[in-house]
Write a protein that binds this ligand. Structure first.
Ligand SMILES: [Zn+2]
Length: 391
């Protein structure tokens, strides 16, 4: 079988997604069969026999953005706000991978143990079998309930479940019980996230810092609340007292998000900061939510924008062991091509983001395949990439 070759040339700059080297000195990326095979200067690389050649026209290539916290239910429909094609809309905001924090909005969601295991397995399958608009939706994230035993977690893992939904959204709200179940999950390779802060909607409850620390889930889910944040001293304490993921979400308290990020820098653990939207939620679906978080943290938090992009790409990939999110040979060829938005202040895309503006998305690519051209949702990019030839 002939291999599929994608070549992106004339790149102005590449954001790598890696905190230790956020900008790469290269103008060309080659991907074969959906994986990055070379990054460098065009004169040094073999550009021949590309099936698809993209001229980036001097724009910026970033890794596909990762939303670390979403609540999908089925396909590209959410009952939360009765909305269709919300995932496709987020792809137009540069998001190529989404991670479920529980399919909690399923009408009639089973809360008995047999039912919740069946739903998690089915959700994992239907998103593995059907990617809306090509977006990688990692789902099948059961919400743990009182009465679950170790064999339930083994059974889930054997069935292909790799995530727990937000701990605390079900009946398990005591730190001790949560800690036991998180440990069982981890033993069988299932990653966990805990709900942090006040109740999200009627029916959910408060999870404070003591429960979060005792439960010891892999990710401190929405440390800035979803939407109600914990008091400031509890947020800094969570950052300082454990080494788990510091997840900041759009559907949260922005001031608390800035506090969490600044604390992570103070303790020199910026690699723990990851971003999500928590959409769909009471605040709706935010197709540009991840880009807005990057611009908000970079501008109000005054950090280099290329670092803020790492929170939405490489940091999440590393924390969650994904093969995307970093522009590196061998990883998935998932990219966003973006440029400074038309009439935005600042000389460059990064400068405009540092001033709090969104970039314009010109193209998205997943697994080496062009998925969208000019975004229908971002402000228009000044310069657009162009497909030169297809074979
Ligand atoms: Zn939550």
């Amino acid at each position: 079988m002939a291999s599929e070759k994608l070549v992106i040339t004339n790149i102005g700059q590449i954001l790598s997604g890696k905190l230790e080297q956020p900008i790469l000195d290269a103008d060309t990326i080659i991907a074969i069969d959906g994986k990055i095979s070379a990054i460098g200067k065009s004169k040094d690389l073999d550009l021949d026999q590309a099936n698809v050649m993209v001229n980036a026209h001097g724009t910026t290539v970033t890794p596909g953005l990762i939303d670390s916290h979403v609540h999908p239910v089925i396909g590209d429909y959410t009952p939360r706000q009765q909305q269709l094609n919300w995932i496709d809309s987020c792809l137009h905001g540069g998001v190529t991978t989404m991670i479920s924090a529980g399919e909690v909005h399923a009408p009639g969601r089973p809360k008995d143990i047999v039912g919740l295991k069946a739903m998690a397995t089915a959700s994992q399958r239907w998103y593995e079998n059907f990617r809306p608009s090509g977006v990688k939706m990692l789902a099948g994230a059961p919400v743990i309930e009182d009465g679950m035993v170790e064999s339930d977690f083994k059974e889930l893992a054997d069935a292909g479940v790799k995530l727990l939904g937000e701990v605390g959204l079900g009946s398990v709200k005591a730190g001790e019980t949560a800690a036991q179940m998180v440990k069982w999950a981890r033993k069988y390779g299932i990653q966990s996230t805990i709900h942090t802060g006040g109740p999200s909607i009627p029916g959910s409850g408060l999870i404070d810092k003591d429960v979060v620390l005792e439960a010891d889930a892999d990710i401190i889910g929405h440390i800035n609340g979803g939407h109600t944040a914990l008091p400031d001293d509890q947020i800094t304490c969570l950052c300082e007292s454990c080494s788990r993921g510091i997840e900041i979400v759009h559907n949260g308290n922005e001031r608390a998000g800035l506090l969490a990020m600044r604390t992570a820098f103070e303790i020199e653990q910026a690699e723990r900061v990851i971003l999500g939207t928590d959409a769909p939620a009471g605040s709706g679906v935010q197709p540009l939510g991840i880009l807005r978080m990057v611009a908000m943290l970079s501008s109000l938090g005054d950090i280099p924008p290329e670092i803020a992009f790492c929170f939405a790409t490489g940091n999440t990939a590393r924390m969650r062991d994904l093969d995307t999110g970093i522009v590196e040979v061998g990883r998935s060829a998932d990219f966003v091509i973006m440029d400074i938005a038309q009439h935005a202040p600042g000389k460059t895309m990064l400068e405009s983001v540092h001033q709090g503006n969104l970039p314009g998305v010109g193209m998205t690519i997943i697994d080496g395949i062009v998925r969208t051209g000019r975004s229908r949702n971002t402000p228009p990019a000044t310069q657009l990439p162009e497909i030169l030839s297809t074979g």
